[in-house]
Design a protein around this ligand. Structure first.
Ligand code: KIV
Length: 264
């Protein structure tokens, strides 16, 4: 059972304390991340790429997300366990609720959905029924084929304004956490300041309330293309536990991400 809750993260935002999130897919790594002080463990549908070898996240199923959630929850005592709802598992409010209930029963304490104001009814339906929701804006990987590739979002003024507006809509609908992925630092800063709820960045600069990395990126073991916003903490430490400790420390003191990890 997580002892870090949405209330803990909200208080950290209010106190100006940065928090650390990392993806996890099994009990052993969940325990290691939990022991070393990660505040949020995300069972990301990135598992479709880093575990299953896919070129995107679209083929990941509810059964797979449920299985990995159960594994991670068994290894976690403190961190908030958040699970991604996979592609097409949240097309209607009722379908979303059925699927979210499965993830919560498997040990998730919050579910994450990718997208903007078209999800507001769904978010209201979930929160009214006891399911906390994390939003995800910017580069939302389930829409990679709409974007025409894994590209930075919000670089032009129109797009930036649209992402800002969507963030406020999602907050009004009831999300309690927001992931901002691959957006310019200035936009992430503007959104983080405007929202009451905590914002977690990945490729969104140093000013968000928290940071998240895919665990394989944090260990420098991702094959193929390595995104600019990642950092190999294992290279500096030579030890997995020390690598996670360094990641948590650098996020907390604000030295990660550095200028070389950011977009303008
Ligand atoms: O699926 C995932 O791992 C994610 C993070 C990169 C935020 O959504």
């Amino acid at each position: 059972m997580s002892t870090i809750t949405t209330a803990t993260l909200l208080k950290m935002k209010q106190d100006g304390q940065k928090f650390t999130a990392i993806t996890a897919y099994d009990a052993t790594f969940a325990k290691l991340f939990d022991d070393e002080g990660a505040h949020v463990l995300l069972i990301g549908d990135s598992l479709g790429m880093v575990l299953q070898g896919g070129s995107d996240t679209l083929a990941v199923t509810m059964d797979e997300m449920t299985y990995h959630t159960r594994c991670v929850a068994r290894g976690t005592t403190q961190a908030l366990v958040v699970t991604d709802m996979p592609f097409m598992s949240y097309a209607t409010p009722e379908q979303t609720y059925q699927n979210a209930a499965r993830l919560m029963a498997a040990g998730a304490r919050m579910v994450k959905v990718e997208g903007g104001d078209w999800l507001c009814d769904t978010i209201r339906h979930l929160t009214r029924n006891g399911v906390p929701v994390c939003g995800h804006l910017g580069l939302t990987p389930q829409s990679v084929h709409v974007f025409g590739g894994f590209k930075v979002q919000g670089r032009d003024e129109f797009q930036a304004q649209e992402i800002y507006r969507q963030a406020l809509c999602l907050q009004d609908a009831g999300i309690q956490l927001l992931v901002l992925e691959c957006v310019p630092t200035a936009l992430a800063e503007r959104i983080t300041k405007a929202l009451r709820i905590p914002v977690i960045g990945i490729g969104a600069g140093p000013t968000t309330d928290g940071q998240i990395l895919v665990m394989h990126d944090a260990f420098g073991i991702t094959s193929g293309y390595v995104p600019k916003f990642t950092k190999n903490f294992l290279a500096e430490t030579g030890d997995m536990r020390a690598a996670v400790r360094l990641y948590v420390q650098q996020v907390s003191e604000g030295s990660f991400p550095g200028p070389e990890h950011c977009f303008s």
